[in-house]
Design a binder for this molecule. Sequence first.
Ligand SMILES: Cc1cn([C@H]2C[C@H](O)[C@@H](COP(=O)(O)OP(=O)(O)O[C@H]3O[C@@H](C)C(=O)[C@@H](O)[C@H]3O)O2)c(=O)[nH]c1=O
Length: 189
Amino acid sequence: MSNFKIIETGIADLVIIEPLVFEDERGFFLESYNKNHFEKLGLKMEFIQDNHSKSKKGVLRGLHYQSKHSQGKLVRVTKGAVWDVAVDLRTESPTFGKWYGLELNEKNKKMFYVPEGFAHGFLTLEDETEFQYKCTDFYYPEYDSGIFWNDDILKIEWPISDYGILINELVISDKDKNLEKFDYEKYYF
Ligand SMILES: Cc1cn([C@H]2C[C@H](O)[C@@H](COP(=O)(O)OP(=O)(O)O[C@H]3O[C@@H](C)C(=O)[C@@H](O)[C@H]3O)O2)c(=O)[nH]c1=O
């Protein structure tokens, strides 16, 4: 018996994790990580940094990766909602350059494991969205890298208008507005 259910995405190692939610008259309880249960499901990783960000609706963060010290990230939303995206940057992977996206929100309580060798980003769909994640490596600003969110080759289908967000009202950091294009010839990982 596991407290977690794994859903495959079609991209190797990139999985959706549904925690078992125990509800009662007080509210709910869930395990957001359990080393033993994860290992029994084939998810062997060691987390060494936890992060938490809060964003208003229409914020787009990403697509980020570290060129060295690549981070695996176990991501989830504890308040609000995001549309979360991972891009396979593993040069030898049959799905190199492919992306997968899904909604993570406080109701569905889904988690997403984005392994090392991927770029990651998200769009917030509600105000006051809180995003929390565990990482398998530390943050190294000198290796902080990324790919432009609206890259012509990746063609990520961000559900911007579906949520009544106007493209020219997206809130994106200056750093993220100036990220590189995706390059099939580049060796990422
Ligand atoms: C990511 C990070 C940032 N910082 C600092 C640097 C900067 O001054 C401030 C904000 O950083 P950023 O603008 O890079 O934050 P943000 O855009 O939220 O970065 C995050 O985006 C998502 C999509 C990811 O996948 C994460 O791994 C991370 O890259 O926080 C840390 O001190 N440690 C960290 O681990």
